[in-house]
Design a protein around this ligand. Structure first.
Ligand code: DUC
Ligand code: ZN
Ligand code: ZN
Length: 464
C-alpha cells in the first residue's frame, strides 16, 4: 500500500515567490501542489498552518570522513547526514578525493561503499582531482556516466594542481558534460607568508588569516577565471570569500561567461576578527574569514545574483585536534562544522529581512540542483520531484548550542548565534527524518543521487 501525506494550510516557497498551497505526497514523490487539496481517508495530514513549506536544502560542499590535516574530519556519512537532516538539508554533496593512480570511477566506488550503508539522507559526489596523468584524464567521462559530472581542483595544498593541469581539466570537462570547481588560493603566496611569519615567530591563529589574506584568494580567483575563459569552459568557484574575487566573478558574468560562485554562511556571519578571539583556532578554515569590506561585497553579490549558491564547506574536527595548533597555526586542521546551521541561518536572515525566503531557496536548493544536474528530482516543491520537504516555523526562536546539534563534533563556531525561525520537520523522500529537535531517520536510508551531465554555456540558470 502506498504512503500518502498531505501538507495542509502552509505557504509554499519557491525560488520565485511564495503562495498558500497544499502539497500532496505519495511514497517518495510530490504528486500535487494546489490550493485546498481535499484529504482522502488514506492520507496522513500534516497541519502546516502558520508554517512555510520549503524544499530541503542541498549542501553542495561537504567533506565527510575526509583524511586531512593529520586526522580525519569528525563527521562520517552517518553523523554528517544526520546533522544535515536536523538542519533541513536533505541532500549533501561530498568531495570524493581521488588517490594518486586511481581512476575516477574507482574513487566513486570506494567512497560510495561507505556512504551507501551510512547515509541517512540522500547524497551525491564531486570528484576532487589529484592525478590526470596518462589515461586517468579519460576516466572522467566514466564518472560522468555514473552520475558524477562535477570535479574540483585545488590550487593549494600538497595535492593542488599546476595551472597547466587546471587548464587541461577545464578543457576536457567542457567536452564531456562536466563542470569543474576550484578552491582558489595562491599557493606560492600562502607558502611565502607562512614561512615569513614562522621565521618571525608569529604563529598564533591570527597568522593563519595573515598568511591567506584577501589578495591571496583574490589573485587565484582572477587567474582561475582567466583560465576558464581561455579554455572556453564553465567554472564553479567554491567558498568565495573575498571582494576581489566577487568583482572578478561579476565582471566575467557581465561579459557572458558561465562563471558561478558559491559562498558559505561563515563568510556572511563572521569576519577575520574571529582570529583575535581566545578560541580563534576553532575558526581556522581555508579560505579564512575576511574583513568587513569583503563580507559586504559577498552580500551585495547575493542580492545582484552574482553568487549562485550557498554551501557549507562542512569539515569538522574535534576540539583536541584544533588544540594542536594553539601555538602554531600550521598544525590546526582546517575546517569547521556547518551542515546543520546553513539553512536555519540563511532562513533566519530572511526572516529578519536581509533577503527574501525565495532567495534562500534559490541559493541553498534550486540553483544547486540546476547547476549540478539534479533538477529532475530535487530543488523545488513541485509535482514530480522528490518529497524532500522542510516545514519551517518562522516564529520559533533558537539559540545555537553544540549540545542541540546532531553531528559528532564537540564544539561549534555558531555557539550562541540567535536565529529567528527554525525548521520544525524535515522529510526526506517522504520519510520524516527530523521533528521538534529530534532525529528520526535511519542509517542507510539515504541513497546516491545520480546527476545528469552538465552543459552550462551562459551565466543564466533560468532555462534549466
Ligand atoms: N578547507 C578547509 O577549511 N577544510 C577542508 C578543505 C579546505 O579546502
Ligand atoms: Zn576548499
Ligand atoms: Zn571544501
Amino acid at each position: 500500500m502506498s504512503n500518502k501525506i498531505l501538507f495542509k494550510g502552509g505557504k509554499v516557497v519557491t525560488d520565485s515567490g511564495a503562495f498558500k498551497a497544499d502539497v500532496a505526497v505519495t511514497d517518495e514523490k510530490i504528486t500535487a501542489v494546489a490550493t485546498a487539496i481535499k484529504p482522502s481517508p488514506d492520507m496522513q495530514v500534516i497541519d502546516c498552518r502558520g508554517k512555510l513549506i520549503l524544499p530541503g536544502a542541498i549542501d553542495a560542499h561537504t567533506h565527510l570522513a575526509m583524511p586531512f590535516g593529520g586526522t580525519i574530519s569528525t563527521d562520517d556519512y552517518e553523523t554528517g547526514t544526520r546533522s544535515a537532516a536536523c538542519g533541513g538539508t536533505t541532500t549533501v554533496f561530498d568531495f570524493a578525493m581521488q588517490d594518486f593512480d586511481e581512476t575516477f570511477p574507482d574513487t566513486v566506488k570506494r567512497r560510495d561503499a561507505l556512504a551507501s550503508v551510512q547515509a541517512t539522507v540522500d547524497y551525491s559526489f564531486h570528484l576532487a582531482v589529484k592525478d590526470v596523468k596518462g589515461k586517468l584524464l579519460y576516466t572522467m567521462e566514466d564518472a560522468v556516466k555514473m552520475g558524477v559530472p562535477s570535479f574540483k581542483v585545488f590550487m593549494v595544498y600538497d595535492f593542488g594542481v599546476t595551472d597547466g593541469v587546471f587548464y587541461e581539466v577545464l578543457d576536457h570537462s567542457k567536452r564531456i558534460g562536466a563542470l569543474l570547481g576550484v578552491h582558489a588560493e595562491n599557493n606560492e603566496l600562502v607558502n611565502y607568508f607562512t614561512n615569513k611569519f614562522v621565521s618571525e615567530k608569529k604563529m598564533d591563529p591570527w597568522y593563519h588569516y595573515m598568511s591567506r589574506p584577501e589578495k591571496v584568494e583574490g589573485e587565484a580567483d582572477v587567474r582561475a577565471i582567466n583560465l576558464a575563459k581561455a579554455a572556453g569552459a564553465p567554472l564553479y568557484i567554491v567558498h568565495l570569500a573575498d571582494k576581489q574575487g566577487v568583482d572578478a566573478v561579476t565582471a566575467a558574468r557581465d561579459e557572458g561567461f558561465p562563471i558561478f560562485a558559491e559562498t558559505c554562511p561563515q563568510y556572511l556571519y563572521f569576519t577575520s576578527d574571529v582570529y583575535k578571539r581566545p578560541d580563534a583556532r576553532n575558526f581556522v578554515c581555508s579560505p579564512p574569514m575576511k574583513g568587513k569590506e569583503s563580507q559586504n561585497a559577498i552580500w551585495d553579490a547575493i542580492a545582484r545574483g552574482d553568487i549562485s549558491t550557498v554551501a557549507t564547506d562542512h569539515c569538522p574536527f574535534l576540539q583536541k585536534e584544533k588544540d594542536w595548533g594553539k601555538k602554531d597555526f600550521r598544525l590546526i586542521p582546517n575546517g569547521c562544522a556547518g551542515v546543520e546551521n546553513m539553512y536555519p541561518y540563511m532562513l533566519s536572515e530572511a526572516n529578519k529581512g536581509r533577503l527574501s525566503f525565495s532567495k534562500v531557496v534559490e541559493l541553498c536548493s534550486t540553483n544547486v540542483a540546476k547547476i549540478f544536474g539534479l533538477s529532475y528530482c530535487k530543488g523545488a516543491i513541485e509535482a514530480g520531484r522528490d518529497a524532500d520537504i522542510v516545514v519551517y516555523d518562522p516564529k520559533k526562536r533558537f539559540t545555537v548550542t553544540n549540545k542541540a546539534m546532531h553531528g559528532a563534533t564537540d564544539h561549534t563556531i555558531w555557539e550562541g548565534a540567535e536565529l529567528k525561525g527554525y525548521p520544525e520537520q524535515t522529510w526526506s523522500r517522504g520519510r520524516l527524518v527530523f521533528k521538534d529537535g529530534k532525529f528520526l531517520g535511519k542509517k542507510g536510508e539515504g541513497k546516491f543521487i545520480a546527476c545528469k551531465p552538465i552543459h552550462l554555456k551562459t551565466p543564466d540558470l533560468n532555462n534549466i
